[in-house]
Write a protein that binds this ligand. Structure first.
Ligand code: SF4
Length: 236
């Protein structure tokens, strides 16, 4: 059987087996959108219509905001949300008390420049760790009051993290959107680069990754170096 690539895990794909035993993949989007072939040429390695079977893409009745760290996962989540028909109109960055990005540590001004480049409004919410939950819920209330219908996250596979955000987002009356949920980390890397995004390594755990990678482009070479370490998740 030919590897189908993205079609294998796409909610719009349907495998068909011919009388001779060959397997084809039928694209459900082709019925309503001429950009897609009914029987795509395999393997499909890049597709703007791809939606993972595991992704959480609830229907919404208005614009959505995007939880934005300035990193690759939030950028790809916003991109995939757009391709799935959502209207991301605001980026929300839950920052450290000094305004820098939590965990990555880059300055808040970089996030502001990213928002400018995307033509998106930015809401930066500085908070200390002990006040995070209260500030997060306060921010959700603001989104709701402003007419936002949901919040997009770039979570991949950490179920406890996803559940924490899902509970609070639903309690605030907002849809919880996870375009990348369940994606294999290697697929995230491949689709991030294939979509034309560029990123730079800004932070490493020195006990796992050599600090000489700091400042390096996030590319196939860096991903290969991470993949060589069994104790490292290539999506961080
Ligand atoms: S939308 Fe793309 S990935 Fe999904 S079935 Fe169609 S061709 Fe395959």
């Amino acid at each position: 059987m030919i590897a189908a690539g993205l079609c294998e895990t796409c909610r719009h794909a349907r495998p068909l087996t011919s009388a001779r035993g060959s397997t084809f993949w039928q694209c459900g989007r082709a019925a309503t959108d001429r950009r897609f072939a009914r029987y795509p040429r395999l393997p499909v390695t890049r597709c703007d219509g791809f939606e993972a079977t595991t992704a959480k893409l609830p229907a919404v009745g208005g614009p959505v905001a995007v939880a934005w760290s300035g990193g690759k996962d939030s950028a790809l989540a916003r991109h995939r949300a757009l391709l799935s028909g959502y209207r991301p109109a605001l980026l929300v960055n839950m920052a450290s008390a000094d305004g820098s990005v939590r965990f990555h540590g880059v300055g808040g001004e970089l996030v502001a420049r990213q928002a400018d480049a995307l033509g998106a409004e930015l809401l930066q919410v500085p908070t200390a760790p002990e006040a995070y939950e209260a500030r997060f819920e306060e921010m959700l209330g603001q989104l709701r009051a402003r007419g936002f219908a949901g919040l997009v996250f770039g979570n991949l596979h950490l179920a406890d993290v996803q559940a924490w955000f899902a509970t609070r987002t639903a309690r605030a009356g907002l849809a919880h959107v996870e375009p990348l949920w369940g994606w294999a980390p290697a697929e995230v890397e491949a689709q991030f680069l294939a979509a034309g995004f560029r990123a730079v390594v800004v932070s490493v755990m020195e006990d796992r990754v050599d600090r000489r990678w700091l400042g390096a482009p996030f590319d196939e070479r860096f991903v290969a170096a991470l993949a060589a370490r069994p104790d490292v998740d290539v999506c961080g």
